[in-house]
Design a protein. Structure first.
Length: 93
């Protein structure tokens, strides 16, 4: 019984909040400011990361080279199919 009552109260509160938010309006400058803040927040790592990338590139060690034992010595070959024009021409003949 307590669970049903709690669920009813939560759903009722959510419905009332949704109804209130539906009638709530903001002026256009607030929307523009909010959009600008969202753009800055979504690109924060690109903006701030560029300042730290110069420092980390000086500190970071040389990239490690792979050993020759890990590299494959086998070569890869591909078969090239006939061009479409030649295939169509041979079907016509």
């Amino acid at each position: 019984m307590k669970v049903w009552l709690a669920c009813f109260l939560v759903l009722f509160a959510l419905a009332e909040v949704f109804n209130w938010v539906g009638n709530f309006t903001l002026p256009l400058p607030i929307y523009i400011l909010g959009g600008a803040l969202l753009a800055v927040a979504s690109n924060y790592d690109k903006i701030i990361g560029s300042y730290f990338s110069d420092i980390t590139s000086e500190i970071s060690p040389e990239p490690l080279q792979l050993d020759s034992s890990t590299q494959s010595s086998r070569s890869i070959s591909f078969t090239i199919a006939r061009p479409v024009e030649n295939a169509q021409q041979s079907e016509i003949d």
